[in-house]
Design a protein around this ligand. Structure first.
Ligand SMILES: Nc1nc2c(c(=O)[nH]1)N[C@H]1C(S)=C(S)[C@@H](COP(=O)(O)O)O[C@H]1N2
Ligand SMILES: [Mo]
Length: 209
C-alpha cells in the first residue's frame, strides 16, 4: 500500500512543536519509545527471600529491611522522564515504590552526612548528594508502567532519580551508605560526572570533554 502523501505542517506549528520538545528534552538527547536495557555486566539474580536493603554508614543505628518490611512502607506512584547519558530519553515512565524520604525516616542520620553511596547486587555503585537523593520524586521502585519491574530493568528493586542521568538510577539496589564526603561510584570512577544533571549536560569529567 502506498502511504498517502501528507503535507508538512506549517512552519509556525513546526517551530512551536520544536520549542515544546526543547523544553521537555535536555540538550543532546533523542526521544525513544523503546525502553533500552543498559547494564554493565550480567543481570544479577536477587532472591526475595534473602533480599535486604541495608542502611548504613554515618547513622546512629544500622538498619536492614527485608522485602516485606520495605513493601509495608507507604507507596508512591510517580511519572517522570528518563535520560540516559548515551543520549536516549524515554518520556512518561510511571514508577511505583517507596520514596527515599520514607525509608530514611526509619533511621537517624549523623549531622555530617552530605552524600550517599548507593550499592547494588552485582557490585555496581553510584554517588548522589543527600539533597538530590531526598528530592520528593526519588523512589525505590518495584513497578514500572503498571507491571512488576523486569529483572533486566533492575527488579526486584531499583532507585529512580529522574532529575539526574540514568546511571544514577541504580538497579538491584542492596544498600545505601550515608557518607560525609563525596566519593566516586562505579561510572564516576571511570570518568562520568560526579553529579550528572542532564539539563546542564554534566556527562563526563571536564578534562574528557
Ligand atoms: N546496578 C546497575 N544499575 C544501573 C546500571 C548498571 O549497569 N548496573 N546502568 C545504569 C545506566 S547507565 C542506565 S542509563 C540505567 C538504565 O536503566 P534500564 O536498563 O532500566 O534502561 O540504569 C543504570 N543503573
Ligand atoms: Mo546510561
Amino acid at each position: 500500500m502506498v502511504e498517502p502523501h501528507l503535507p508538512r505542517p506549517p512552519k509556525e506549528i513546526r517551530q512551536e512543536l520544536e520549542a515544546k520538545r526543547r523544553e521537555r528534552v535536555p540538550g543532546g538527547q533523542f526521544v525513544t519509545d523503546k525502553f533500552p536495557v543498559l547494564t554493565y555486566g550480567p543481570t544479577p539474580k536477587v532472591d526475595l527471600a534473602t533480599f535486604r536493603l541495608r542502611l548504613f554508614g554515618l547513622v546512629e543505628k544500622e538498619c536492614e529491611l527485608t522485602w516485606q518490611q520495605l513493601l509495608a512502607l507507604p507507596k508512591t506512584v510517580m511519572t517522570a522522564d528518563f535520560h540516559c547519558v548515551t543520549q536516549w530519553s524515554r518520556l512518561e515512565n510511571t514508577w511505583e515504590g517507596v520514596r527515599t524520604e520514607d525509608v530514611v525516616k526509619l533511621i537517624k542520620l549523623r549531622p555530617e552526612v552530605s552524600y550517599v553511596m548507593v550499592h547494588c547486587y552485582g557490585g555496581y555503585s553510584t554517588n548522589i548528594s543527600l539533597e538530590d537523593f531526598l528530592e520528593e520524586n526519588v523512589l525505590f521502585a518495584h513497578r514500572h508502567d503498571g507491571k512488576e519491574l523486569p529483572a533486566d530493568h533492575g527488579g526486584p528493586l531499583r532507585l529512580v532519580i529522574p532529575q539526574l542521568y540514568g546511571w544514577k538510577s541504580a538497579k538491584w539496589v542492596s544498600g545505601v551508605e550515608f557518607i560525609k564526603d563525596d566519593r566516586p561510584g562505579f561510572w564516576e570512577e571511570r570518568g562520568y560526572h560526579m553529579r550528572g544533571d542532564p539539563w546542564k549536560e554534566e556527562r563526563f569529567w571536564d578534562e574528557l570533554m
